[in-house]
Design a protein around this ligand. Structure first.
Ligand code: SF4
Length: 253
């Protein structure tokens, strides 16, 4: 590019960036992105982004600690509106006493409540964990069911939790959309959508089959450690050149 044109592009980028500086502007840009304000990635851009995610981390894993499908299910239920790190502090003591539905049901609500009291919404979560354990014993032979329908019928288990369990415990290519994936899907231009379900459906459509199994973890880790809500670390972002978000802090070349 000629010098003049380069300078013009840099000025344009700086102006665009200036418009979305500060938390309020960034929140506005996020809201606009979820309304479809940005160009959606082409198939080639999607392929390239996932190629890079895979090259950077071939086997991404959930950060929740668990020892079997049941403890994964419990950990995911406990992680609603809480951090994985906070859940991981409480669960080793809980799982040492109860790593099966029968043991959890026998432990009882009061004891479970006491063991998870450092986690937000612990009263409701203790109730749900014991209730779902009883259902697993009574209706599923003490096993975690493999179907979305049966999982979503359990207390405290919604679509997102069912998707995480199906993916991490049973190796199904489901994509659970949490707050991080919702943000990344919208900001980048990968999968814009007004609701988590819309973003999930879009991801279902556009993520190439060979990347589907790990897409959930790549996107969640990207949102958690790089594409932060308030101050994204665009300087170290491996998909910065592809990202469509006007609030990104690196100048488009
Ligand atoms: S460039 Fe910035 S805003 Fe875009 S995906 Fe990367 S971290 Fe997020």
């Amino acid at each position: 590019m000629a010098k003049k044109a380069k300078r013009k592009a840099a000025v344009k980028a700086r102006k665009r960036k200036a418009k979305v500086e500060g938390p309020r502007q960034r929140a506005k840009a996020d809201a606009e992105a979820s309304q479809g304000a940005l160009r959606q990635w082409t198939n080639a851009e999607i392929e390239e982004a996932f190629r890079r995610f895979q090259a950077a981390n071939a086997e991404p894993k959930t950060e929740l600690k668990y020892v079997n499908p049941f403890t994964l299910l419990v950990a995911v239920v406990l992680s609603a509106q809480a951090t994985d790190a906070g859940v991981n502090k409480a669960t080793p003591a809980l799982f040492a006493l109860a790593d099966t539905p029968a043991k959890m049901a026998a432990l009882g609500e009061a004891k479970v409540r006491d063991l998870i009291k450092t986690i937000g919404l612990f009263r409701t979560k203790a109730k749900n964990v014991v209730a779902l354990s009883q259902i697993l014993v009574e209706q599923h032979g003490g096993q975690v069911p493999h179907t979305r329908e049966a999982l979503e019928a359990l207390p405290g288990v919604g679509r997102k939790t069912a998707n995480v369990v199906l993916n991490a415990a049973f190796g199904e290519p489901t994509i659970a959309v949490d707050t991080h994936i919702f943000r990344v899907g919208n900001r980048t231009g990968l999968a814009p959508g007004k609701t988590p379900l819309e973003v999930e459906m879009k991801l279902e459509q556009v993520v190439p089959a060979q990347y589907k199994l790990h897409a959930h973890h790549w996107l969640i880790l990207h949102g958690r450690y790089t594409c932060l809500a308030r101050k994204p670390l665009c300087e170290r972002c491996i998909i910065a050149d592809l990202c469509q978000w006007p609030g990104k802090t690196v100048v488009q070349k």
